[in-house]
Design a protein around this ligand. Structure first.
Ligand code: AMP
Ligand code: FE
Ligand code: FE
Ligand code: ZN
Length: 274
């Protein structure tokens, strides 16, 4: 049986619904032999995942997914192998989490104005990153919508009535932060930027180390092939993962649904001695 990898996972430390330990157990059962935890804008889950991965016999690469904006588009950038104690990185991530909290309050206020008396339980700071999925789940739990997807489609997705943009972090800053913390900077799910020309411009302008080629947003073979070509042409490392959050109604719904063959990521993994 081919060994599998998953280098893109979210836990309860950002907007996923499973703890790092639960993810490690699910990964083990799915045949995954190397994983990374890539929570949005926080390093909080990394120590727990490090231990859980070790206990389940899975290789572990620490990660973090930065939410940046450029030309009014959301651009996610993943840092792999960052120093978890890097002071500048920790400071800027804390700023971003604060901005996330303020934005969450604004979105909730807007939902109240729209007549939804939704109450979003916000965990104490404790370095957890809050996000729109927390609001979406509260809207589901309180019966205003049936699914997380419906919450995004009707109210909190980009351009919808309760949408508010997020953070002032830029792609150049994220790449700089990752590099000064000793990590590799990877353009996450380039197709999700929603503008290939912009994605290519960023890839040409910034000192990325890699591209996330294998991702549910590139499940069409044409899309995957497009980004695979770009990575090869530009001599960028190739990564991949499920971007699993655990949300029902959002692909992938389980860790087994988006398998990535470990051997496809071998150049990247070699950089971590794997
Ligand atoms: P935020 O970081 O607060 O802007 O929220 C973005 C997160 O919401 C993403 O990382 C996904 O987890 C989730 N998300 C974005 N769009 C959708 C969607 N259409 N349906 C469900 N979840 C989504
Ligand atoms: Fe997310
Ligand atoms: Fe992302
Ligand atoms: Zn993600």
């Amino acid at each position: 049986m081919k060994e599998l990898a998953d280098l893109h996972l979210h836990s309860t430390n950002s907007d996923g619904i499973y703890t790092p330990r639960e993810l490690a157990d699910q990964a083990k059962a799915a045949g995954i032999t190397v994983l990374s935890l890539t929570d949005h804008d926080t390093l909080k889950g990394l120590p727990e995942m490090d231990i859980a991965a070790r206990e389940t016999g899975i290789a572990f690469i620490p990660g973090v997914e930065f939410s940046t904006r450029w030309e009014n588009r959301q651009v996610h950038i993943i840092g792999y192998g960052i120093d978890e104690h890097n002071a500048l990185l920790l400071e800027r991530l804390a700023d971003v989490r604060n901005a996330r909290r303020n934005r969450l309050e604004k979105i909730v206020k807007r939902l109240h104005e729209l007549g939804m008396d939704v109450d979003v339980p916000v965990p104490a700071e404790g370095q957890r990153a809050v996000g729109r999925p927390h609001i979406a789940r509260a809207l589901v739990a309180q019966g205003y919508v049936r699914t997380v997807q419906e919450a995004f489609d009707k109210y909190i997705g980009e351009g919808k009535p309760a949408y508010r943009p997020q953070t002032k972090m830029t792609p150049p800053e994220a790449v700089m932060l990752i590099h000064q913390a000793g990590g590799l900077a990877v353009q996450a799910h380039p197709e999700e930027i929603g503008d290939r020309a912009l994605a290519l411009k960023l890839l040409g302008a910034l000192a990325y180390d890699g591209i996330e080629v294998y991702h549910p947003s590139a499940k069409e073979i044409e899309t995957e092939g497009f980004w695979l070509n770009i990575a090869t042409e530009r001599k960028l490392l190739i990564t991949g993962g499920s971007d699993f959050h655990g949300n029902p109604g959002r692909f992938p719904e389980s860790l087994t649904e988006w398998p990535v063959q470990r051997e496809k990521l071998q150049d990247f993994l070699r950089r971590f001695g794997l």
